[in-house]
Design a protein around this ligand. Structure first.
Ligand code: GDP
Length: 361
């Protein structure tokens, strides 16, 4: 029947890849995320942007508007990209999914002038250890002496418009980064020269302030995900959800809530859930699924909208009783038609893994 066909099509849908941003302090992680969020909001048609908790969703349509000629939406069947809003190594290592990293793909931000720094090397080690594919954003190209910015343009277009002097200064810095990557054991090149992203690391020159090269970064992330992660993204987005707790927060009118990144399946407003807590799994029932209200003002009482269902990948706030002892970094699972004992066991064994890995740190 049509209904069956529709539901098969839905459950065959690909989920959004989850993107994390890493790198040395002050190299521009926060600015990069702010810029992507800002342009996603202004490019996205009103209503097309859903607000997420702890993450920024950039739907494919918006990616293609931001990336212009670099992304033809008909080449892709992944729904877009979901950026985790908390950049940095601590959140990357504490946020896990079924033993692996929560993020499917990472951006390592390196200041082109400052080059490799201790936390750059630390980021590469973490990504290698977790087997997470990544690209390098060579940030702050606008600080190259003599640079004339062309806001929001692709890198090669703006590069061609620069003076010979500015170009060679930038080239020098970029080759230093490529050399440092090679010293760390990664064969790397400017992204447009990379044929096989599973063997070589792509370097994307950009500026988080002028947005030059941001189209390229989005195009590379989309292309890499589509090409190499399609199988991994083929989950049943209507099945019982699996996620990771970002944060436990008290919200007026709701009590303790958990902010969650959902990486598999769905959560519905009437689901029974199992959440990892300080003293073990907590079994409870969703009271409300909350998304931030668009343009909510701080003084306005109602800061959240209630929704009936969310599908992976997504950032969502869940209000439920008994969440006071829930733990950041812990797993959350929807029970739905499964045996609750199995779900509790799953959460227990993941909690045990988290304990082991924190002791290793
Ligand atoms: P984080 O510590 O990695 O999150 O770095 P921030 O995003 O806080 O950036 C550190 C500083 O670098 C801030 O003053 C930013 O305004 C500045 N910055 C970040 N990206 C750029 C860029 O592309 N160009 C320029 N000129 N400054 C930048």
């Amino acid at each position: 029947t049509d209904a069956d066909a529709a539901s098969t099509a839905e459950s065959n849908a690909l989920r959004t890849p989850i993107v994390a941003v890493l790198g040395h302090v002050d190299h521009g992680k926060t600015t990069l995320l702010d810029t992507i969020r800002g342009s996603a909001v202004s490019e996205g048609e009103a209503g097309a942007i859903t607000q997420h908790i702890g993450a920024t969703a950039v739907p494919l349509e918006t990616v293609s508007e931001m990336a212009g000629d670099l992304v033809d939406p008909t080449d892709f069947d992944l729904p877009g990209l979901l950026f985790i809003d908390t950049p940095g190594h601590h959140s990357f290592t504490t946020l896990r999914s079924r033993g692996g990293a929560l993020a499917d793909i990472a951006v390592v931000v390196v200041d082109v002038n400052d080059g490799f720094q201790p936390q750059t090397i630390e980021a590469l080690e973490i990504l290698q250890r977790t087997g997470t594919p990544f690209v390098v954003a060579a940030n702050k190209i606008d600080t190259t002496p003599g640079w004339n910015p062309n806001d929001g343009r692709p890198i090669q277009e703006t590069y061609e418009k620069q003076s010979q002097n500015a170009r060679s200064r930038l080239d020098e810095n970029l080759y230093e980064i490529i050399g440092d990557l090679s010293d760390e054991g990664f064969s790397a090149d400017l992204y447009w020269r990379v044929q096989n992203f599973t063997k070589n690391v792509g370097v994307v020159p950009l500026s988080a302030i002028t947005s030059e090269g941001i189209p390229d970064l989005l195009a590379v992330l989309m292309g890499l995900s589509q090409r190499y992660m399609k199988e991994q993204m083929a989950v049943d987005v209507t099945g019982p959800g699996a996620g990771t707790v970002l944060e436990v927060k008290d919200e007026r009118g709701f009590g303790a809530t958990v902010d969650v990144v959902l990486y598999d399946g769905s959560v519905r407003a009437d689901d029974e859930i199992v959440v990892g807590g300080i003293d073990g799994p907590i079994v409870t029932e969703v009271r409300a699924l909350l998304q931030p209200r668009p343009n909510a003002e701080i003084r306005v009482e109602k800061r959240f909208d209630k929704v009936d269902e969310v599908r992976a990948a997504a950032g969502i706030k869940i209000a439920a009783p008994e969440l006071d002892d829930a733990m950041a970094g812990a797993p959350i699972r929807v029970v739905r038609d499964r045996d609750i004992e199995d779900v509790i066991e799953e959460v227990e064994s993941e909690l045990a893994e988290i304990q082991v890995s924190t002791e290793e740190e």
